[in-house]
Design a protein around this ligand. Sequence first.
Ligand SMILES: Nc1ncnc2c1ncn2[C@@H]1O[C@H](COP(=O)(O)OP(=O)(O)OP(=O)(O)O)[C@@H](O)[C@H]1O
Length: 723
Amino acid sequence: MFSALRHLLAYLRPYRLEVSLLLAGLLIDLAFNVLFSLSFQYVIDEAIAKHDEALLYTILVALLAAVVFAAAVAIMRDYLYARLGTAVMNDLRLRMFEHLQRLSNNFYTRMQVGDILARFSTDLSAVQNAVILAIPETILGILGVTTIATLLFIFSWQLALLTLIGLPFATLGPQVLGPRAERDSYLVRHEEAQIASTVQENLGAHAVVRAFQLAPEQTNRFRYKLRSLYRIGVRFNLTTYLVERTPNLTFLLLQIAVFGFGAVKTFHGELSLGELVAFNILLGYLSTYVTALTRVMPPLLMAAGGIKRIQELLGARPQVQEKPGAQVLAPLGRAITFEDVTFSYTGEHKNLDRVNLTIPRGTNVAIVGASGSGKSTVLGLLARFYDPDRGAVAFDGIDVRGASFDSLRGQLGIVFQDSFLFNTTVRENIRMGRLTATDEEVEAAARAAEIHDLIAGMPEGYNTVVGERGSRLSGGQRQRVAIARAILRDPQILLLDEATSALDPTTEAAINATLERLGRDRTVVAVTHRMAATRVADLILVFDKGRLVEQGSQTDLLRADGLYRKLWNKQQGLVVSEDGTRAEVEPERLRAIPILSNLSDTMLAAVARTFLSERLPEGRVVILEGDTTVEKFYIVARGKVVVLKRQEDGSDKQIATLQEGDHFGEVALLRDAPRNATIRTLTPCILLTLQRRQFLELIQSDPRLHREFDSVVRSRVHPVTLA
Ligand SMILES: Nc1ncnc2c1ncn2[C@@H]1O[C@H](COP(=O)(O)OP(=O)(O)OP(=O)(O)O)[C@@H](O)[C@H]1O
């Protein structure tokens, strides 16, 4: 609690003037309350008892004037509260937002978006409550209690002593229950953030939820999270009410005791009637101040959890930082090198293992390998989104860790598979490549990315707003805007991370041609899982489980008959129609699938004809773990899918990703069995599917094949393949 208060006061530090005026206002408020109490003594003992009418009216007029003045001051205080609350919140929002810009990629993979957003919403509003309500009430409470306690001593030391002995009991409740409530407050905030994350995920997945009738399952998951919030919420609310309630109760008892004792003293003439009344009114104010102090407990406790979570965010250190006095990197002259680079995202296993490579300036380099082999990680280290655990990434021999961010990233233009477009105009989206670019330069970049004519043809031209994440543009158009953005930087080095793999073949070919042209005279490093796209590369780097296992030109690598050749073969025989809507598999390609490898040519041709194409958007569940109704075998003709395994805590763990040429669900051709993993599309996909019923009909039409297949079934039923 004290650390939360310390942080709250730190948030208020830039507003010393406003806080001083507020304090002055609070003192005036207190002074009025004291004067009001004392006036009773004078009215009763001096004016009424002594029949002094002039004094009576003087006191009443003075009181009226004081009320008007105190009310004016109270309005000024309200204004200051309003200003302070809003200003402090905006300061915090800005600090958090700025800090988020500095944090490294690892933070974003670790944190859920909903959790971060909750820190900006519910946590901040709890802090706002504390600033607006709790801080002034606490200050007024403390000032009030001390001033009034002193005055009480002046009236009657015995009564005051009695009050002061009783007062500590009022703090027992908060002392005992406060720390527990503070801990629970953090938990409540955490649970609320979890709920925000679940809602956010559900909103993003609404199409999948509807298509797969997952609403009851999703609602159950949500209900489970609500139950957890309910448990902690009830405990927290009860504890905070008790924190508030116990002092009130103690105070009531105390008030009765003091009043009784005072009444007896007045009866015996040891205290005047006016003094007794004034004393009791002061006591009433004391009670108000103590109550005010206890009333601030719930919002303060609530804010304590929020402040802790905000401070956690502000305290997160960027993993990758610019060194003080970092060197300005000259434009790349000779080569980018990886010198014995080892890197792990989580420390559990190496995602890059002792990688040595050289990318000479001006070359076109392709990075290939199975999904998860570390291709994108190479780009991440090159752009210094991460730092290697061992070894170094160097530009012309200079370790990038010693270089300034601007001079390193200023040389790079990056196009991702799904480049983010902001919900603003096309012009502004492109200009984000270089904020100082003129409109003419923006248009020149759009021309280079071959999207100028299309933009110019739109009713609002470059001022067309692209919608959330660029939703008003097609995938190909979005990608061209992203390329224009990268080109606007006129980068020496172009990094392409699967820049065209989510597009249909015609658009992909067109954009690849654009990129090929734009890549001339630049250094291009392109991650791709499409082997055909490596044809233009001067150098191909082949990765396997984080290691660079082969490198050379396409001709060399095909001749070498190693991993590259294997990956190449896997993608042969899968033909996608130009508009990217259908796919076919060539019979010979099916021979690479163990379960079909022994079929005759005629049968393979028949099986190949039986395959159907399915187009699925990103994020669609193809197979659900435990489902027994899916009777299909799948080949990925386009795109990427992820294999997920349900964990004991109900979450899904990613165990593999499969890409073009990979297959899954082989076991569905053999027998009924619950699927042992969930398969979900990571990108838009075209899947080739083979229905068990149709497949078996084909097989059964030929008794010889039927016998052959039976023996395959018997030999393969045990080692169950994926899903
Ligand atoms: N932010 C991250 N945190 C933890 N592990 C990660 C992270 N990013 C990637 N990985 C893991 O590191 C490994 C290499 O990932 P990387 O993205 O470089 O592979 P890739 O070859 O580009 O795969 P793909 O073709 O599927 O994009 C994978 O096992 C992946 O699961």
